[in-house]
Design a protein around this ligand. Structure first.
Ligand SMILES: Nc1ncnc2c1ncn2[C@@H]1O[C@H](COP(=O)(O)OP(=O)(O)OP(=O)(O)O)[C@@H](O)[C@H]1O
Length: 363
């Protein structure tokens, strides 16, 4: 296992990049902890695969360095980086048994057979394939084959890191939840440094201790799932994470108040005056308000999603959503929404601005 350092790292696929738009990965400095479970989350084209390929050694960064436990590996090929990889599609040897497939990386490194038996046994149990160990991989379903790929990725204890590139793509929807939970358990038990690429927020949030949210070649926030929920560092994070995402409204801010037009929105903290700010509040912290508070909205639709209802409304042509408890009557048409002050975040140029009296939190 290893701590991974990305120093002044950037990548352009062009020979002579002339500006930030030419970079698939914009300059970043990060230190990823030894034994951490990280998810790289972001929409298609944001640079996740580029970053993963730089870590695995499939791609040499056009700028900057990468180190494992302080050792510079920028110029080392994949084979010399001592990492395991699990790809979108299963890579298994059809003519081998499930046992031999799982044992392959260990035998390849000359592990003794007693250890191979113990280790393969433990991994097979975790992926739920103990009963299939003697079977040939040929003829197994795509799900089962991908479980073997996952198991093989986990089988070596001495790897620097395990990299997963959208590993659940071919897995049946009902199996996904089970495998995600198993991966989390495997991480807890074996403690490998894991990096998991996905564009699916549920996958990222259930798997990772730290979610690395990427947007347009940049890491916009790296944090625990709760932190991304409560304090999105960028409006993009607020919007991308959550279902529906955070409401974002243009506002003026000064002291402990914001104004949306002439409507006063109380804030929990004290803010420097900002004429052109935005406030962000998640639908979970919006409620129906009395006549003298909040903002006027027009409720367009109410969707029943089981334990909650999503109330979709509009204020001055912008979508504003509220999560209402099951059974609460919310009529269509004119209403008012108010926000929980403690859950209102302030943004300038897209980035969150902490209140002047807010305690620093780890990013
Ligand atoms: N080999 C390449 N040559 C040129 N441009 C590339 C190459 N690979 C990726 N890109 C560009 O770099 C940017 C980042 O792509 P990347 O594949 O890293 O994103 P991603 O987040 O992994 O997307 P996806 O989820 O679709 O795989 C995109 O604009 C993409 O078009």
């Amino acid at each position: 296992m290893a701590r991974i350092t990305l120093a002044q790292l950037a990548h352009s696929y062009l020979k002579a990049p002339s500006g930030p738009a030419d970079y698939a990965l914009k300059r970043m400095d990060h230190e990823w902890e030894d034994g951490g479970a990280y998810a790289l989350l972001g929409p298609s084209g944001c640079g996740k695969t580029t970053l993963l390929n730089i870590i695995s050694g499939l791609l040499r960064p056009s700028e900057g360095r990468i180190a494992f436990d302080g050792r510079d590996v920028t110029d080392l090929p994949t084979a010399e980086r001592n990492i395991a990889q699990v790809f979108q599609f299963p890579v298994v040897y059809d003519t081998m048994t499930v046992f031999d497939n799982l044992a392959f990386p260990l035998r390849n490194r000359g592990a003794d057979e007693d250890y191979v038996r113990r280790r393969v046994g433990a991994v097979a149990e975790m992926i739920g394939m103990t009963d299939a160990l003697g079977r040939k991989a040929q003829g197994l379903t795509a799900d089962a084959k991908q479980k073997i790929s996952l198991g093989r990725g986990m089988v070596r204890e001495d790897v620097n890191a395990i990299l997963f590139d959208e590993p659940l793509t071919v897995i049946d929807p009902h199996m996904k939840w089970e495998l995600r939970t198993q991966l989390k358990a495997l991480h807890r038990e074996f403690g490998h440094t894991m990096i998991y690429v996905t564009h699916d927020q549920t996958e990222a949030l259930t798997f990772a201790d730290k979610v690395v949210v990427m947007h347009d070649g940049q890491v916009v926030q790296m944090g625990a799932p709760e932190e991304l929920f409560a304090r999105p560092a960028h409006t993009f994070v607020g919007f991308f994470i959550g279902s529906p995402g955070m409401n974002v409204l243009p506002a003026r801010v000064a002291g402990a108040q914001a104004w949306i037009g002439e409507h006063v929105i109380p804030l929990a903290g004290d803010h420097a005056p900002q004429e052109r700010a935005e406030i962000g509040v998640r639908p979970e912290f919006v409620r129906l308000a009395g006549p003298d508070e909040g903002i006027p909205v027009v409720v367009r639709r109410v969707e029943d999603i089981g334990r909650h209802q999503i109330v979709r409304a509009e204020h001055a042509g912008r979508e504003v959503n509220m999560l209402a408890p099951e059974g609460q009557a919310v009529p269509l048409g004119e209403a008012r929404f108010a926000f929980d002050p403690a859950a209102v975040n302030v943004y300038v140029d897209g980035w969150r601005v902490p209140a002047r009296d807010e305690k620093e939190t780890a990013r």
